[in-house]
Design a protein around this ligand. Sequence first.
Ligand code: ADQ
Length: 465
Amino acid sequence: MSDEGKGRLVVVSNRIPLSKPPAGGLVVALDDALRGSGGLWVGAAEEVVETPRDHLVEHPADGYTKLSFDLTAADRNEYYLGYSNGVLWPLCHRRSDLIDFRPEYREGYMRVNRRIAGLLKDLLRPDDRLWIHDYHFLPLAHCLRELGVDVTMGFFLHIPFPTHTDLEALSQPEAFLQWMAAHDLVGLQSQSDVASFLAAIRRAPRGELLPDGMVSYADRRFRIASFPIGIAPQEFAEASVAIDGSDLIGPDRRGAKLMIGVDRLDYSKGIPHRLRGFESYLDTRGPDMPRATLLQIAPPSRSEILAYKEIRAELEQIAGAVNGKHAELDWTPIRYLHRNIPREVLAPLFRAADAAMVTPLADGMNLVAKEYIAAQDPDNPGVLILSRFAGAAEQLKSSVMVNPYDRSQMAEAIGRALTMSREERRARHVEARANVFEHDIAEWSANFLRALGDVRGPGLSVDAG
Ligand code: ADQ
């Protein structure tokens, strides 16, 4: 690999991959780079403690070191649920109306990031490369710079970058940019995220766009680029044929086409809008249009947070109402499962589905869209109905693209997908499949690490200040 001999790779993410399955895409993607460099993976411990220890705790690992930092119950409440998921998540997903500002949330967020910075400082060597993941750690690099740490630091944001108007909803919008500027490389999911970032820099009094994708903010210069994340498509394709997905679904869908939706139960995923669009399809369906069953799998997520409790109740209400109106003795239009489904079952279900509905209102990328494509039979593929607000829309352009806010457009898209000729389905699928297989997760991590390796070339090194 290009990064060999350049010091260790040190990854920081909210969760560390402990031995239990499932080994997700990110774990597989970073495995080689971590092993090759004798690297470290740092994340939060699973159980909260009364008093956080003043060192990272080592976990059994194979080939590289896994370390966890402690969180107290207050840390979890303020840093994780409060600021990360109660302020930053809605902010970045265009739902500033859901932000729950409390001073203790921000204090907790800063406290935990400062504590992690202190723990990392003792661990880092000058030639290490630090790769920080996601919104839980926006200020971490800044805290490290304040402690005088000068290693190369990269950041990848898995969720959308806020627009400058969204940023204004933060009490200190400039802090966000200052935090970002502490990195040498900032990676975002899409071109549209990069555009939001550059717009925010352009408006900031201390921000400036430099040639070659470099940006300057206050006394720092750094690089910003999009690195659209991918999946491990081969694995998903193999899992999709291991069992027959249509055998898994019961008989109460006589003559009905199968549509699937799979999302964490999160308000950003647009599940109520999807059910409403499906309802419109059922309401307006003519006699020559097929019956359809929508299998919606939505496992619980962040259920301590009020907005998540509310979305669950809303979903149950809509599903009940739609079924009450449209179900027949041999057909239940909406099948809603509020639980996790193992990948070995999910992949065959994707393959069995005539269409998938991936209709987020905002989404960094959305891996389900790519997983659905990877699971299809290329000879007789299903159709992806994709929201234009998913990062994946920049890549999967041959999908049936929808505006999830427009119910009648959603209904029309469902009708189109379910009656599309095999020829058209194949043509659309070939294009999407090529993208998913060519731009997989291994390519994503290799690209990011290459860019991180190159970013401190001659003349680009920065003064930590
Ligand atoms: P998420 O918001 O979690 O990820 P997504 O990209 O769709 O969204 O990834 C979800 C993953 O969980 C997929 O691999 C999916 O198969 C799996 N999953 C969902 N529901 C499941 C269920 N019921 N049972 C089992 N597995 C389930 C964040 C960002 C995204 C970005 C990713 C990666 O919000 O925009 O694509 O990170 O960067």
